[in-house]
Write a protein that binds this ligand. Structure first.
Ligand SMILES: C[S@@+](CC[C@H](N)C(=O)[O-])C[C@H]1O[C@@H](n2cnc3c(N)ncnc32)[C@H](O)[C@@H]1O
Length: 202
């Protein structure tokens, strides 16, 4: 099937003035798993250009906080509840910078991180695993017991072992492919709820 960047979700996003078609994915996941609530503190990893943040901001409301972190700048969003941070999740100082803007414990975290692809399969896979594992570490240290983590993974060797890592500290872990995610894309989402609090630092 030919890749159609301007599919119906792209057109819909344009019509509705959304920053990215990605917003429909988090909306679908939320409708199914009912994770977001008013007043929550949420961290988003890999948040540019801010499509998910726009959706989450409206769900957590002005009494909540959503901190979006990315290598790239994110154009202005309503504050409160939005805050942004330009950072590399692999940088050892990033955890402290997150805490300064969004002190733990957090109610939930989401990651739509996608590494820049080199085209060399082994390198791309290694980069993808490195950022996923770092994301999980950052999240586990900050999440409140009972909290949730939703993250994008790519179907392949990394999926099974990452799923097992999540199962060791969340009571429920479900794989989900939103309708708005292109069928031709290897991306899939893991929705982990009921964090056991085993790695929290706070
Ligand atoms: C698919 S986009 C996120 C889209 C976003 N959820 C939205 O709704 O607009 C993936 C993002 O991951 C970011 N990213 C990749 N590697 C990263 C890293 N090491 N640290 C921080 N962000 C990273 C990229 O810059 C990119 O903006």
């Amino acid at each position: 099937m030919a890749f159609n960047r301007k599919d119906s979700y792209y057109q819909q996003a344009k019509r509705e003035g959304k920053r990215s078609r990605a917003a429909y994915k988090i909306e679908e996941l939320d409708q199914r798993f009912k994770v977001f609530k008013k007043g929550q503190k949420i961290l988003e990893l890999g948040a540019a250009p801010g499509g998910w943040m726009e959706y989450i901001a409206q769900r957590v409301g002005v009494s909540g906080i959503v901190l979006g972190l990315d290598l790239l700048a994110i154009a202005q969003l309503p504050s409160p509840p939005c805050k942004t941070l330009i950072a590399d999740i692999l940088d050892p100082t990033t955890g402290d910078r997150i805490d300064a803007l969004l002190p733990p414990p957090l109610d939930g975290a989401v990651s739509d991180l996608a590494p820049n692809l080199t085209g060399i399969k082994a390198t791309d896979q290694a980069n993808s695993i490195a950022i996923l594992e770092k994301a999980l570490l950052l999240v586990k240290e900050r999440l409140a017991p009972g909290g949730f983590f939703i993250c994008k993974v790519f179907q392949g060797d990394e999926l099974k072992s990452f799923q097992l890592q999540l199962k060791s500290c969340f009571s429920q872990v479900t794989l989900a492919k939103p309708k708005s995610s292109r069928r031709t894309s290897a991306e899939i989402y893991l929705v982990a709820t009921g964090y056991d609090g085993s790695s929290k630092r706070q």
